[in-house]
Design a protein. Structure first.
Length: 115
């Protein structure tokens, strides 16, 4: 978080509405150029990817990341991000985080095998 804040990346705090927060945000994905999706079980933190410095027992965490090249799949992930982000920081009521999220049916992508 500190690295993102120093870089001026906007953040949404799910406690900004005065609540204790939902604690339900667990998405782990990144979309690059609206064409590549990076997702998996790994948290995007140095300790999750490499282990904690000086703590050998945390090295080799069993996590994975996948890099998927698909504009259609990227579109699905971008739509989910935009739904969560709403109008961004300072306009919390439009962000669909935690309990505020309306139930939606799962998105579908059509996969085409390319040679």
């Amino acid at each position: 978080m500190a690295i993102l804040q120093r870089a001026g990346v906007p953040l949404i705090d799910d406690t900004a509405d005065g609540s204790a927060g939902s604690g339900l945000m667990h998405h782990k994905f990144m979309v690059v150029d609206r064409a590549v999706v990076v997702t998996g079980s790994a948290n995007f933190t140095p300790s999750c990817i490499h282990g904690d410095p000086g703590a050998d027992r945390t090295r080799g965490n069993v996590n994975h990341l996948m890099r998927l090249h698909s504009r259609e799949l990227a579109h699905t992930f971008v739509s989910e991000f935009e739904r969560m982000w709403g109008d961004g920081p300072g306009v919390y009521p439009t962000a669909a985080l935690g309990w505020a999220r309306a139930a939606e049916p799962p998105s579908r992508c059509t996969w085409v095998k390319r040679r």
